[in-house]
Design a protein around this ligand. Sequence first.
Ligand code: PLP
Length: 378
Amino acid sequence: MGIYEELGVERVINAAATLTALGGSRMPSVVLDAMREAAGEFVDMHQLQQKVGARLACLTRNEAAYVASGCAAGMVLGILGCRTGGELEKIARLGSGKGLPNEVIIQAAHRNPYDWVIALAGARMRTVGNTRQTFDWELESAIGDNTAAVLHIAGIRYAPGALGLPEVVRVAHARGIPVIVDAAAQLPPCSNLWHYTKDVGADLAVFSGGKELKGPQASGLMVGTTAMIEAARANGAPHQRFARSMKAGKEEIVGLLAAVERYLALDQVAERARCEAWCSRWAQLFSPVPGVRTQIDPHNEGGADLPRLAVEVDEATLGRDAFTVAEELWSGQPRIAVLATDSRTLYLEPDLVEDDECGLVGDRVLACLRGGLVHEGK
Ligand SMILES: *Cc1c(COP(=O)(O)O)cnc(C)c1O
C-alpha cells in the first residue's frame, strides 16, 4: 500500500499546472537521491548555504545566490534585505520598523495573490498605475525616502500596458532603489535564470524550486547581486533573526542544487516536443466531438514557454460547461486536475503528466466531453 493510500489521501493526476495546492511538482530521482544523502549528516548550515549559493550563482551566471524556502519566502527575504541592507542594528529594529524604509512599490497591473509578501516583510504596499497600464512618471513620482524596493512580477500573463522590467530598472536605479523580480513560474526558457538580473539589471530574481525546476516543493532560488543576496541572507536562517521562520533545510538546499543542475542539463527541445506531441494527440482526440474546439497555446498557465492545450466547449451543444467538465474529472478515479479558466475554456498541460498517464487523461476528458452531449444522444 502506498503512503498516500494508507493515509486515505487520493492521488491526483496533475494536468493543470505546477500548483502548490496539488503539491507543486514531482521530484526526479537525482533530486530525491541528493536530499536523502543530505538528510543523513550534520553540517554547518552557514557553510552549506555559502557553498551551494556559490555553485548556484555559477550555474545560473549570477554574482550570487541563496536558497530560500520558496519563491514567496525569497521575496520576503529580499524585501527585508532592502529595508535593512543586512545591517544588524537595522535588522534589530524590524520589530517596530522605526527608521527603516517601509514602502514597496508594485504596479497595480501586477497585483496578485502572492503580494502578501510585502506585508509579511513588515512593509506597506504602494501601488502605481491602474490595472491595465502604468506610466514611467507614475513610478518615478511614487519613489521617495520611504521606498525600500520595487517588486516586479515577470511574465506574459500581466497587462501589456504595465511597465516592462527594463523601464522599471531604469527608473528605480536612477533613484538608487533596488528591483526585485517575482519569477516564480518563469521557466522555461532557462535563460531567465540570468536574464532578469544579468541582462536587464534587476537586483534580485526569485524562482520557485517546486515548480518547473522540479526541486523540493518548499524551496526557492534567489539569484542576483552579491550586495542583495548578502543583505537578504543576514535576515534568514540559520541566523535567529526576523525571517528565521522561513528556513530552508539542508535537504531543500541540496535538493534545489541537484534540481538546477538537472534542469540546466535537460534537453529543452525534447521536453517541449514531448508536450507538443501530447497536445496534438489530445487535440485529435477531442476535436471530432461536436461543440468542442481545440487550440495549442504555446505558453503554460504561468506564461512560461511550454505548450498546453486549450479546449473550448460550447455549453449549448455539450449540455455542460468547462467548470462542470473540470469538476467531473476531479471527482473521478483517479482524480484528474485540469484548469477551467471560464465557463468556455479548459486547459490541459502535459508537462507534469507522465507518458503512461497521458492516454488516461485523454480518454477521461473525451468521456466527460461526450457524456453530456445534447444532440448526439448518449
Ligand atoms: C507560485 C508563485 C509564487 C509562490 O512561489 P512558492 O515557491 O510557492 O513560494 C509567487 N509568485 C508567483 C507569480 C507564483 O506563481
